[in-house]
Write a protein that binds this ligand. Structure first.
Ligand code: HDE
Length: 672
């Protein structure tokens, strides 16, 4: 394939610019050189102001059963119907090059290319938000991102501005509980839920409206990492999440989520304890069960990151007949923001001409021209009404199938006011907290202590703590102690007294909603020369039938010879494949490898971190000298499984299904 210029002219020499003599000046007429440099100079576009770091993939949504009673949206009318989809996951605060394991909300944006146009569900992995009114969004994001004078810290909320702002905004406390929980450090995009957050409407062909909240439920169950692990993953593999998604899809293990609908009517909305238009509130699944209506499968990586993932333009205002907005003031503001931001980011009004943004159904309109117009309407008519008949006259509006807004009855005075029904800021924060397991509650307290210890202004630390008794007294005590506050701050006055009668919602805990098996997870086996081939084979087989992956970490990436004389190739060298990159580990030294591992800092960290991060550890006897050297030998517990014979592997894999050996946490914490 010959190299050409953008004009298609074949290139003779791409190594040297055109010059006068061998050492003379460059000739201005060197059009190939000029074109190449000019294009390079213009390669960058502005990154997203939020959600700059993201990763996308293609797939489809498959509808289970016709939902005509609830919505006329075409994609829900036929069982088994597949609708093409593009999904982009992201972090919020970090810049485009930031690390994947930042403590942050994750974006979960889905574009559905339906036969009635594109429908975007631009959601997050957390079902509530920090603020109730879109007018506060610039303040929230300014406070969360790098401080404007120093331009740091990057991709973290552990700084004064963020905590100053949220501590002055009690409505954010519910969200604070979520982002201090393990939800904000997911193990992978594949193991997290997605939420549309706002209340939307579904409208059927008869014009009947039902309120709806959208949920995405991961097939592989929920899973997060622990904080120390997140910090280390960011160093070991800042692309951990994108690599995980890429590898899963490329290896045919297509990630999958079920779409769940929480459907409710006006009557429920009026009787519910909170305002369904308030995006800082959820409706517990136990109160309105989730109806699973279809599945989203991601089965194709992008051909080009920039063309697809960077240029994809999600807009909350992209909805289709059968779907409609609610009056949630956050959603209403978003409907303005997303369209506006694309014009800045993508350079003009024709971003819908970019293939990833174009509908896959036929579309006809009279919009024309502008920067980079790629598909101006054909023919004579570029306006309507017109008297040109037939094809020449162009498209016409359609009263049967066209989008119609739900005729909600609206009236009232023009006011800048927050509804009284939005005033309870603490009750659901408390409900979230009491729905967590004790281990998860501990993580929330630890995260608050960690973040607030990075806050330099003591008054801000104390102000945050003054909100916590409304959530839970013991939590407030623990955080105050963790911060070394001499005096526990007075509980701050609440706009509305929190209620103490909300029941725990088990659906809100990650630990209670983990996987049923170890599928999609990864074990790292640390091996040396002479590793027991039978054990390795048994491990390989057991993991394969579980749908999990085995990676080998050896002294060199070249690999080792096993006990049977076979060559075992390695995926990583020691140090390059630390245990934080795996869900569970196996430490399998050969006869002479134990001493070497005990002396190797990378191998020592491998064992200690796996232990500290509460992972299941399989080992053969030789690993004991490594455990002695690292000091964990006396703490070996039921989460450490000796593979005395190949049959023991089954027990190890069965244990791995619980993902972590949480009982160890008390031991680890008391020794740290
Ligand atoms: Fe966004 N948000 N947002 N947001 N948001 C953007 O749009 C905005 C909010 C979310 O992968 C921007 O194209 C306002 C809630 C995702 O490309 C921008 C408000 C939720 C993504 C914008 C919110 C989200 C964005 C920046 C307050 C969860 C990434 C670049 C009213 C339901 C989509 C862009 C992608 C991106 C504005 C709040 C989710 C500036 C004004 C709540 C997943 O338009």
């Amino acid at each position: 394939m010959p190299l050409t210029t953008q004009q298609g002219v074949p290139v003779f020499d791409d190594q040297n610019s055109l010059r006068i003599g061998t050492r003379g000046p460059t000739a201005l007429e060197d059009f190939h050189f000029r074109e190449k440099i000019f294009h390079f100079d213009h390669e960058r576009i502005p990154e997203r102001v939020v959600h700059a770091r993201g990763f996308g993939a293609h797939g489809y949504f498959e509808n289970y059963k016709p939902l005509a009673e609830i919505t006329s949206a075409d994609l829900f009318q036929r069982a088994g119907e597949k609708t093409p989809a593009f999904v982009r996951f992201s972090t919020v605060a970090g810049n485009k090059g930031s690390a994947d394991l930042a403590r942050d909300v994750r974006g979960f944006a889905v574009k559905l290319y339906t036969k009635q146009g594109n429908w975007d569900i631009v959601g997050n992995n957390i079902p509530v938000f920090f603020i109730q009114d879109a007018i506060k969004f610039p303040d929230l994001i300014h406070a969360a991102k790098q401080e404007p004078d120093k331009d740091f810290p990057q991709a973290q909320t552990a700084h004064d501005n963020f905590w100053d702002f949220v501590s002055l905004m009690p409505e954010s406390i519910h969200m604070i509980m979520w982002i201090m929980s393990d939800r904000a450090i997911p193990r992978s995009f594949r193991f997290m839920e997605g939420f549309g957050v706002h209340t939307f409407r579904m409208v059927n062909a008869k014009g009947k409206s039902t309120f709806v909240k959208f949920h995405w439920k991961p097939k592989l169950g929920l899973q997060s990492v622990v904080w120390d692990e997140a910090v280390k993953i960011n160093g070991a593999d800042p692309d951990f999440h994108r690599r995980d998604l890429w590898n899963a899809i490329q290896s045919g293990n297509y990630p999958e989520w079920e779409l769940g609908l929480q459907l409710f009517d006006e009557e429920f909305a009026n009787s519910f304890a909170f305002d369904v238009l308030d995006a800082t509130k959820i409706i517990p699944e136990e109160e309105v069960p989730i109806k699973r209506v279809g599945r989203l499968v991601l089965d194709r990586c992008v051909d080009n990151f920039f063309a697809e993932t960077e240029q994809v333009a999600f807009c909350t205002n992209n909805i289709i007949p059968g779907i409609d907005f609610s009056n949630d003031p956050l959603l209403q503001g978003r409907n303005f923001s997303y369209l506006d931001t694309q014009i800045k980011r993508l350079g003009g009004p024709n971003f819908t001409h970019i293939p990833v943004n174009a509908p896959k159904c036929p579309f006809h309109h009279f919009q024309q021209d502008g920067h980079m117009a790629m598909m101006n309407p054909k023919g004579r008519a570029n306006y309507e009404p017109n008297s040109w008949g037939g094809i020449e006259g162009g498209p016409r509006e359609c009263h049967q199938t066209g989008f119609q807004s739900f005729p909600a009855h609206e009236e009232g005075d023009k006011l800048r006011i927050r509804s009284e029904s939005f005033a309870d800021h603490y009750s659901q924060a408390r409900q979230f907290y009491i729905s967590q397991t004790p281990v998860e509650q501990g993580h929330i307290a630890d995260a608050l202590v960690f973040e607030l210890s990075k806050v330099e202004t003591p008054g801000i630390r104390a102000r945050v703590v003054s909100h916590l008794p409304h959530v839970d007294e013991a939590l407030a005590e623990k955080v105050a102690r963790g911060l070394g506050l001499r005096q526990k701050p007075e509980r701050i006055a609440a706009a509305k007294d929190p209620r103490g009668d909300l029941k725990a919602s088990p659906a809100l805990s990650i630990a209670r909603n983990g996987p049923k098996n170890f599928g999609g997870r990864k074990v790292g086996a640390l091996v040396t020369e002479g590793v027991d081939q039978q054990i390795l084979d048994a491990l390989q087989r057991a993991l394969q039938s579980e749908g999990a992956i085995l990676e080998i970490i050896a002294p060199t990436v070249g690999g080792v010879q096993s006990s049977s004389g076979a060559w075992v190739t390695a995926d990583q060298k020691i140090g390059g494949g630390p245990s934080v990159l795996y869900d569970a580990v196996a430490i399998l030294p050969g006869p002479n490898g134990a001493e070497m591992l005990a002396k190797n800092p990378g191998a020592r960290d491998f064992a200690t971190d796996a232990f500290t991060h509460l992972k299941f550890i399989a080992y053969t006897n030789g690993a004991r000298s490594l455990f002695e050297k690292t000091g964990i030998v006396n703490d070996l517990d039921a989460g450490c499984i000796e593979l005395s014979k190949p049959a023991a592997v089954a027990n190890f894999v069965a244990r791995c299904r619980s993902l972590r050996f949480w009982d160890r946490e008390a031991v680890v914490q008391s020794s740290s």
